[in-house]
Design a protein around this ligand. Structure first.
Ligand code: ADP
Length: 885
């Protein structure tokens, strides 16, 4: 090993050191004979220790390394064998192992030159994120290597100086030898005959023979060194080239052949600069090597004869002869195309990412502005609908209101007919306006569903009452089929359910001329908490053609073009029905046969209500009891007041009017009402302020329904916030108003007087004229309050009756009217039948009109009788209650 090392030429040393990859030469025994600085770095082991050590030791898998090495000896070379080198501190480096055998003259393998290409960079290409770090690391490494190259060059210079010294000594020795030879030759010529001289001559000859042998040996060593150099050159992955002082190529490896596309023959002796894109720069770099002795990482580009370019980092170092004369340079051109590609890709990726971000931001901005535009458009549409419906409603109020008023006067049959037609058209327009507003609500996602407990059966039959007249008029039959398995109380949205059934039954009535209409409700599914009900409205009407069935649920779709002309309607009803069912988790289907009839059936889920809810939320059913309802209407516009009066009259409800919130509060303090219908926009005190006062200051829970012209605005949320129970769009739909009032009013629970109720039942049997249930409600079963009120009645009534009797006799109409008026509210409070209240009203009317005297005397007598009987009963009642206090 020593021998080989000493025989290695400077040229071979330059080659090894110029290589950027770990380069090792090993002998046939697998021992390292030479290494470069890159190997020292990658293993972390000192050069002295490396040389002579077992090369397999430096790989993670020594067995595999050995196998590769053996393969190289068999085949003469090995390429791209993947192995992993380990640093003594643990760092692992994945390498591709290239090896080439070098041999002696006889073809005996002397050893192997191995260049291990660090392939971390290739892996790096796989992960762009790690790439940056790796690049930094690589650059760092290169800087280190460059620094090492400087050191290596210094070392080389030092070695050269040593060798130059040795060479100088050899020159002196040679001179001496020559001199000796001269002398000996002289002597030989002079002492031809002398044996001594001959002997001497012979000895000299022998000496010469030895010198010759030595010279031959030297030649042989030089040859070996050149073989070794060749192997080194070939083993390099990077284009490697040696150039003489004239810039001509003297030797090259396969990598250079590949990157230039030239043959070895063409390359040899050709001009080195020719193969670079910037010849001048290549020349300058080359000259720099001669000047400085080395050059590191100079960027240049090799051009392939086909035009392909290879970016390289150019590393070079000079090599000299024994005398220190520069013979040429060894150049290793590290191919950095891949690194450049990755760097470019990184830059591109970053630019793309930035571009993509910009594009995304642009898209976001335009999406945002599109959303704003869309939102504005929806708002504008809603505002338009709301404004338009308001604008249409105001004149509609006048048309319907006055039509109704005129209809109540004496009219000829013809006039009545025309007015009915006007009213019908008005009603149709109101339905349309409400439909459009409903659709606007669906569109804007404002359609909300309540979850309140209610009695399903009672609620449906109450609503179906509304169709009685119409059904009788058309001589149809209305049949109700109700599954008794359905729980009495369930939780859901009764108003929306009414709206759905109203629509379907209206259609059934509209499109049926004879036969019957069946409304059925069945229990489809029940579990511990929920039920699913199936509702069906079946008629024996005109039916719908099969091809039209799909269309009828769409907006403005009617089964035939003649439908509107013959039956009216707009084609919105079913679209709304569908929108009311599906969002609640239900489903609607229709089965129909032309001229036989149709069945619209839908399912809806409800929650079961618990027993407490049942008691608390018991609603008033549509029967005579409902007639006792007293409504406070808070409305400033006389026309609307008039309209409301006609509606409430039709329902048979009592009512009181207040022009604004302030008056309403005063009235509420002094009177009892069951429910308030509250307009929102009013002078002095608006509906919101009034409700707030009623709820917070008066702490009254009286049901309040808002009357609003604009159901698409924030007003609705405000209504809820101030404590209103519900709202109604103006102009008020008669059926909806009725349905809402009936649904909202709850029978109060007579909890506190549970004990007394027994006694009261006993009393009730005897009592004919009074009923204290209402008083009980109003006083919230407070016996002291009840006593006070009954006592007040007993105190006030007899003198009032006397006044009525007397003023009638004296024809003091004013006094008569005032006394009758004062008496009126007391009838309902004491649960005296409205029939008697009406008597008092008639007396009052008579007093005001001062005509039709006939029968008034009887009324006065009758009233007196009733009131006295009521007083008797109340006295008894008073005593009973007093005893319980
Ligand atoms: P409208 O009744 O206002 O026209 P709808 O959306 O309620 O609008 O109904 C759409 C169409 O479906 C009606 O115009 C009619 O042609 C058809 N239709 C609805 N219900 C029935 C029914 N019970 N019998 C026959 N046709 C019906």
């Amino acid at each position: 090993m020593e021998i080989i090392y000493s025989h290695v030429s400077k040229y071979a040393r330059s080659l090894i050191e110029a290589s950027l990859d770990p380069t090792i030469s090993i002998n046939t025994a697998g021992k390292i004979t030479d290494v470069n600085e890159a190997t020292v770095n990658i293993t972390g082991i000192n050069r002295n220790i490396l040389i002579g050590s077992d090369y397999f030791n430096y790989f993670t898998d020594p067995q595999k390394a050995k196998a590769v090495y053996q393969e190289a000896f068999v085949t003469g070379y090995v390429t791209a064998a993947p192995l992993t080198l380990h640093h003594k501190k643990g760092k692992l480096t994945d390498v591709l192992f290239n090896g080439s055998v070098y041999k002696d003259d006889l073809g005996n393998a002397l050893g192997l030159v191995i260049v291990s290409r660090d392939i971390a960079e290739q892996k790096w290409a796989l992960d762009l994120k790690i790439a940056n770090k790796e690049l930094a690391y690589q650059n760092n490494e290169k800087e280190k290597r460059a620094a090492e190259l400087v050191l290596a060059n210094e070392e080389l210079t030092f070695q050269n100086t040593l060798k130059e010294k040795r060479a100088a000594e050899l020159v002196i020795a040679n001179k001496e030898l020559a001199y000796q030879n001269d002398e000996k030759e002289k002597r030989a010529a002079e002492l031809v005959i002398a044996n001594k001289e001959l002997l001497f001559q012979n000895k000299e000859k022998k000496k010469r023979e030895i010198v010759n042998k030595e010279l031959n040996e030297l030649n042989y060593t030089a040859k070996l060194a050149s073989q070794y150099s060749l192997s080194l050159i070939e083993a390099s992955h990077d284009p490697l080239v040696t150039i003489n002082t004239k810039g001509k190529i003297t030797d090259m490896n396969e990598a250079l052949v590949n990157s230039t596309g030239m043959t070895r023959l063409e390359l040899t002796d050709s001009d080195f600069f020719d193969y670079f894109t910037q010849k001048q720069k290549a020349r300058e770099v080359y000259q720099e090597v001669f000047e400085k002795g080395f050059v590191a990482d100079s960027p240049l580009t090799i051009r392939h004869k086909d035009g392909k370019l290879t970016d390289v980092l150019f590393n070079g170092s000079v090599y000299k002869d024994d005398k220190g004369n520069v013979l040429g340079v060894v150049i290793v051109a590290r191919d950095v195309t891949e690194q450049k590609r990755i760097a470019t890709e990184l830059i591109e990726a970053r630019v793309f990412a930035e571009l993509a971000t910009e594009i995304a931001e642009e898209a976001k901005k335009s999406a945002e502005s599109a959303t704003i535009i869309a939102k504005n458009a929806v708002k504008t549409k809603q505002q338009f609908l709301s404004n338009m419906s308001h604008e249409i409603r105001t004149p509609m109020n006048a048309i319907i209101g006055f039509t109704k008023v005129i209809l109540k006067t004496d009219l000829t049959t013809k006039q009545k007919e025309y007015l009915e037609a006007i009213k019908m058209s008005g009603d149709a327009l109101i339905v349309l306006i409400n439909d459009i507003l409903d659709l606007a609500k669906v569109d804007s996602g404002k359609m909300t569903f309540e979850k309140i407990p209610f009695k399903m059966k009672a609620s449906i039959s109450a609503m179906l009452h509304l169709f009685e007249t119409k059904i009788q008029e058309k001589n149809l039959n209305l049949i109700q089929v109700y599954d008794d398995k359905i729980p009495t109380n369930i939780i859901g949205d009764p108003v929306r359910l009414h709206q759905i059934i109203l629509n379907l039954v209206s259609n059934a009535v509209k499109f049926t001329t004879k036969g019957k209409i069946t409304v059925s409700v069945d229990l489809l599914h029940e579990d511990a908490e929920n039920v699913i009900l199936q509702f069906a409205v079946t008629d024996t009407g005109i039916g719908i053609a099969e091809e039209k069935i799909e269309k009828i649920f769409e907006n403005f779709q009617q089964a035939s073009s003649g439908t509107s002309r013959l039956y009216g309607g707009t084609g919105l009803g079913l679209a709304i029905v569908k929108q009311l069912i599906e969002p609640q988790g239900g489903n609607i289907i229709v089965k129909s046969k032309v001229n036989e009839g149709s069945t619209f059936s839908f399912t809806l889920p409800f929650q079961k209500a618990n027993a407490d809810a049942e008691l608390e939320n018991e609603i008033l059913e549509l029967d005579s009891e409902v007639k006792n309802i007293k409504v406070l209407v808070v409305e400033d516009i006389p026309l609307n007041q008039l309209l409301m009066k006609t509606l409430l009259d039709d329902f048979g409800f009592q009512y009181d009017m207040a022009e604004n919130g302030k008056i309403a509060i005063e009235k509420l303090k002094n009177n009892d009402y069951d429910i308030i219908l509250m307009d929102l926009q009013m002078p002095v005190m608006n509906g919101f302020e009034a409700t707030e006062y009623i709820r917070n200051t008066m702490t009254s829970k009286i049901p309040i329904i808002a009357l609003t012209a604009d159901v698409t605005t924030v007003d609705l949320a405000k209504c809820k916030a101030v404590g209103m129970n519900d709202y109604l769009a103006k102009p008020v739909d008669e059926r909806l108003l009725y349905s809402k009032i009936v649904t909202i009013l709850k029978k109060p629970a007579l909890v506190k007087l549970a004990e007394k109720q027994k006694d009261m039942t006993v009393v009730k049997e005897k009592i004919k004229y009074i009923n204290l249930v209402y008083l009980n409600q109003r006083t919230k079963s407070n016996p002291a309050l009840m006593v006070e009120m009954i006592a007040s009645y007993l105190q006030q009534t007899p003198p009032l009756i006397n006044t009525i009797k007397q003023s009638f006799e004296e024809k003091n109409w004013e006094l008569l009217g005032a006394a009758a008026h004062k008496m009126i509210p007391s009838f309902s409070i004491m649960g005296i039948s409205p029939d008697f209240e009406n008597m008092a009203k008639k007396i009052q009317d008579f007093a005001m009109a001062q005509e039709k005297t006939e029968g008034v005397a009887d009324l006065v007598l009758e009233l007196e009788k009733i009131c006295l009987l009521a007083c008797e009963e109340l006295q008894e009642e008073l005593n009973i209650i007093k005893n319980t206090i």
